[in-house]
Design a binder for this molecule. Sequence first.
Ligand code: NI
Ligand code: MN
Length: 225
Amino acid sequence: MTKVTFYGHACFNIESNGTSLLFDPFFNDNPLSPCKAEEVKADYILLSHWHMDHLGDTLKIAKSQDAMVISTFEIATTCESRGIRAHPMHLGGKHNFDFGYVRITPAFHGSGIPGGHACGFIVKFYDHVIYFSGDTCLFSDLKLLGQLEDIDLAILPIGDNFTMGIPDAVMATEMVSPRAVIPMHYNTFPVIECNPEDFKEQVEKRTEAQCVILAPGETHQLSIE
Ligand code: NI
Ligand code: MN
């Protein structure tokens, strides 16, 4: 059984078989987070880019729990230089871990670190394939990701201004063709306010995907197909 918990913004925990993956662990300065960085468990931290609303509490959590950061080369080596265990990868690369594998996907966005590139992740996590896009605009190669992998769950931004907004995220869902989609990166700050119900309505009208809206602190269970 795989549990997906949302902490607001782009911060998620995916847990199964006693292994926890944290995505973009923005807790202590996240106005939507129902808990603090000190309360969460992490074995791995998948960090999409070095903007503060994603980097968040990465260094603190990685240090206190000896969690391994998985990210692009520039970010992973910066973490290593600060005494944190990290696994450097880059766009298009895939690597096996004890839970399955991680494939690094492109994201069109600033990296927040010199010479870097923002990224997303496709994670084979035990029985499920999860696509976490990171902060990105809509781009047509999303279609390739949907062809390369049989994606159970896509996690996509909908808040506009810094990333794709709702109409673009609906088109992204069409291209990735996941079984389910969870919206992220909205309502954290006034500039990214939107109604996720509008996204759900359009996604379920135009695609086969089920849209799951999670309030911060809520968990969604992925069933085995
Ligand atoms: Ni960003
Ligand atoms: Mn962001």
